[in-house]
Write a protein that binds this ligand. Structure first.
Ligand code: FES
Ligand code: FES
Length: 156
């Protein structure tokens, strides 16, 4: 049975190696932050980090993840103690329905890990593959700017 490292914990799972990580996170491990939006790599709702890089968990079979640490939005903090990036999303009131938010947070987290002070254009480029049906992209952008130490409204 495959063993994954998720949010710092080794987890042995029963799923077959070709099972998408998203299904294992949600159905076996009880980590429901990553969302099923399209299942086709087109919306970003399922974004998590693998070895610190943003990946689409709906397209990532668990068989390629042995020895490669996975981080989900649950690994960044909790409702009681949100991490800095999560706190920035809360401060900017970035969520409407919230369905896209875990994916947005994880994509932004990977960006900030690689580039702690991205320009607005760099943030926009990083988030271009993550869709928000509610249209809160500007508040999400402001949240990432806040987390990068640049609070204030994003340019229109
Ligand atoms: Fe993975 Fe849409 S659910 S990209
Ligand atoms: Fe609803 Fe983004 S807040 S999809």
């Amino acid at each position: 049975m495959p063993t994954l490292t998720v949010n710092g914990r080794a987890r042995t799972v029963a799923a077959e190696p070709d099972t998408p990580l998203l299904y294992v996170l949600r159905d076996e491990l009880g980590l429901n932050g990553a969302k099923f939006g399209c299942g086709l790599g087109q919306c970003g709702a399922c974004t998590v980090e693998v070895e610190g890089r943003a990946v689409l968990s709906c397209l990532t079979p668990i068989g390629v993840l042995e020895g490669r640490p996975v981080t989900t939005v649950e690994g960044l903090g909790s409702p009681e103690a949100p991490g800095p990036l999560q706190a920035a999303f809360i401060a900017e009131n970035a969520a409407q329905c919230g369905y896209c938010i875990a994916g947005m947070v994880m994509r932004a987290h990977a960006l900030l890990r690689a580039n702690p002070h991205p320009s607005e254009d760099e943030i926009r480029a990083a988030l271009r593959l993550n869709l928000c049906r509610c249209g809160t992209h500007m508040r999400i952008l402001a949240a990432v700017r806040r987390a990068a130490g640049e609070p204030g409204p994003a340019a229109g």
